[in-house]
Design a protein. Structure first.
Length: 451
């Protein structure tokens, strides 16, 4: 990826709905801007301020908390134990016979001397294997729990600042009223009507395998935070706003976790169905300047058949033994993890045979699509595929952001108005304002009725 343009890198990151937090961050940032603006304009200033604090504050912790803490864990705890944080413990998975078959295969086939020596040491030392497993679990628990605690604190902080602001607001009103009363008492006109009194009113303003998926996948790891955030928001929700919280959280979960991949697949299906252009391949592959030459390799079809018919062990052996057009494309697209040079296989990473086969199928579809392409112009065909893929990725982000950031808050405000006689202010904030009004009216009675 080092030779990619900035645009290619951005779109590639945005396209990874299953294993990257980047598309989530993009949707969340766009939707947060829209949510804050809508509530500020359609509801109240306090409502908009609360949204800004909670939405953007949550985003910083939600998006950045786990990655930051994991990196910190790598640089401190891993360093303390002289462990390599780049080693993926899925390589320690045992087969039905209790053997570390995958790790043994990696040791046997890895060409890079440094990686080979490291893997051999892990394979021979059971204590080292246990250390890596414990470090990985500890990192997962620490980063997740600490971030969730920070998010809970932010929600509490938001509510306390709203209460404090409203208190200050009503204090100032009372101080102003008292000052006015003192001036009125000095007036000759006031003495003419002394004893009659005057009313001053104030109105408030606007399983192990299941768990392992969460440990290995950044998006699934973040879903734990989302569940925690939702539970905390509902538990700490003030009277009158819990339904809104549930409605908003439901939209968030739906369009960030549940529908991101289906929407992308739907756009890819539409491209193949109506535009006769398969775009399931990674954007970074479709953008690569060498793709046209790699697709014209006369041995490519046979390579594809060989890999698709191989078992998991055969797939791993094949990618180490062959540096042909197919494996080069799989390295470019990322199905085969590589070191920084983008050519040497990263044996410390998790090399998933299923992921590789999926990449091979996508390349096969791209090749067949070119064979059926009427123009028979490979450059035009690949340019079209690249542009449509990029457009589909952006469209997916915008659909999610619009649903979360525009439709959801507008629907909430409409429901508020129907339930509260046209009042669009957050009912919890409205209640807090009334409480403050009563509190300061009673405590500062002299402001209301000058004597």
């Amino acid at each position: 990826m080092s030779n990619m343009s900035v645009t290619t890198k951005i779109i590639q990151k945005l396209s990874n709905n299953s294993g990257s937090v980047i598309p989530i961050a993009a949707k969340d940032t766009l939707s947060n801007c829209a949510i804050t603006y809508i509530y500020n304009q359609q509801a109240s200033k306090e409502d908009g301020r609360e949204r800004a604090i909670e939405e953007f504050g949550t985003e910083v912790l939600w998006i950045g908390g786990i990655p930051f803490l994991k990196k910190l864990f790598n640089k401190t705890v891993y360093k303390l134990f002289k462990a390599n944080p780049n080693f993926d413990i899925r390589n320690l998975k045992k087969n039905s016979e209790g053997k570390l078959e995958k790790l043994e295969l990696l040791v046997k086939n890895t060409k890079d001397a440094g990686q080979k020596q490291f893997l051999e040491n892990v394979l021979k030392n059971e204590n080292v294997q246990k250390l890596y497993k414990r470090l990985h679990v500890a990192k997962f628990i620490t980063a997740t729990a600490a971030t969730l605690a920070g998010l809970s604190g932010l929600i509490i902080y938001k509510q306390k600042t709203t209460q404090k602001e409203l208190e200050e607001k009503y204090k100032k009103k009372m101080e102003l009223a008292n000052a006015c009363n003192k001036e009125i008492k000095k007036s000759p006109v006031f003495n003419m009507f002394q004893g009659r009194g005057a009313e001053t009113s104030f109105k408030g303003g606007g399983a192990a395998k299941f768990l392992s998926g969460f440990m290995y996948n950044p998006v699934m790891n973040m879903s734990i935070l989302d569940a925690g955030i939702t539970g905390t928001r509902l538990a700490l929700g003030r009277e009158g706003e819990r339904f809104e919280i549930g409605f908003k959280e439901g939209f968030q979960i739906l369009f960030i976790y549940c529908l991101a991949n289906p929407i992308q697949k739907g756009l890819e299906w539409a491209s193949e169905k109506f535009l006769k252009t398969p775009i399931k391949n990674e954007y970074q592959l479709l953008s690569d300047k060498n793709l046209a030459n790699l697709l014209q390799d006369e041995n490519l079809e046979q390579s594809i058949k060989t890999l698709l018919n191989a078992d998991d062990k055969g797939v791993l052996e094949y990618i180490f033994e062959n540096d042909n057009s197919l494996t080069k494309m799989l390295k470019i697209s990322g199905e085969i993890p590589t070191l920084k040079d983008k050519t040497t296989i990263n044996s410390l990473a998790d090399i998933d045979a299923g992921v590789i086969k999926k990449g091979v199928k996508n390349i096969d579809e791209l090749l067949k699509g070119f064979s059926d392409y009427k123009g028979k112009d490979l450059a035009a065909y690949l340019s079209k595929a690249k542009n449509i893929k990029g457009a589909s990725v952006i469209a997916n982000i915008l659909i999610g952001a619009a649903a979360i950031g525009i439709f959801q808050p507008m629907a909430n405000i409409i429901m508020r108005k129907k339930q509260n006689n046209g009042e669009s202010t957050n009912p919890a904030i409205k209640k807090l304002e009334k409480d403050m009004e009563q509190k300061f009216a009673f405590s500062g009675g002299s402001a209301a009725k000058p004597q």
